[in-house]
Ligand binder design. Structure first.
Ligand SMILES: [Zn+2]
Length: 232
């Protein structure tokens, strides 16, 4: 560890992104307590079918501690939470896609929302995952219509209609024969991700995979408790 990293760790000791306790091991992405009790999704439970995608994977269910960590990260501008969350996503991707990918990109925010929030959480996650797995991270997509947050809409049909035509490829993007990973923080109905995957296909991508930190149930209800999560 470099000296300045040690000084930073003393001044701002790394905390668990889920319970905010100071980590005994500052290099660990989370504390042993949360490691044991988070709603991990194994096997088929961590997969979701998304139109135009070859796979969509999430290491966690969008529940309890995971929900509040994402909320903190996104709405309270706690950027430092991003790196440990990216570690969990990179581990998930490496397990699901051992052959790697050519490019990693992210679900874009509208210019308006980017201005309000000051950063795009999906972009920060994608860039960090790309750095860890040596996959180049590039902006490929933009949001051309400010549709309002999908989280305000519970019905899948409403989310689908809201996402339609809201996104576009950035000018000049060509993905012929490329294998592309698309990152977002949470997947709910998958309507945004399927819109984005369709665009990546239009640009010629040979394979498209989605990766999110957490998976919510697609019907607008809360996920089941961790104990009830199916394990495969
Ligand atoms: Zn913890």
């Amino acid at each position: 560890m470099k000296v300045w990293e040690r000084v930073l760790d003393l001044l701002f000791p790394p905390k668990c992104p889920f319970c905010q306790k100071i980590l005994d091991d500052p290099r660990a992405p989370l504390c042993p307590g949360c490691q044991g009790k988070l709603p991990w999704l194994e096997g088929r439970a961590g997969e979701r079918r998304i139109d135009f995608a070859d796979g969509c994977w999430s290491p966690l269910a969008y529940d309890g501690l995971v929900r509040s960590a994402v909320h903190h990260y996104k709405f309270h501008r706690v950027r430092a939470l991003g790196d440990p969350l990216a570690v969990l996503m990179a581990q998930c991707l490496a397990g699901r896609l051992p052959q790697g990918a050519d490019l990693i990109c992210w679900a874009p925010l509208s210019k308006e929302r980017f201005r309000q929030r000051g950063f795009n959480q999906a972009e920060l996650l994608a860039r960090e995952i790309g750095r860890m797995l040596s996959i180049p991270a590039e902006p490929l997509l933009e949001k051309v219509k400010d549709t309002g947050p999908q989280s305000d809409l519970e019905e899948e049909s409403a989310r689908r209609a809201n996402a339609r035509g809201a996104y576009a490829l950035l000018p000049g993007v060509s993905l012929t024969d490329r294998r592309v990973v698309l990152v977002d923080d949470v997947v709910t109905t998958g309507s945004t991700l399927s819109e984005l995957c369709a665009l990546l296909r239009q640009a010629g991508a040979a394979e498209v995979y989605c990766l999110t930190l957490a998976r919510a149930r697609g019907d607008g209800h809360q996920s089941e408790s961790p104990k009830k999560q199916e394990n495969c």
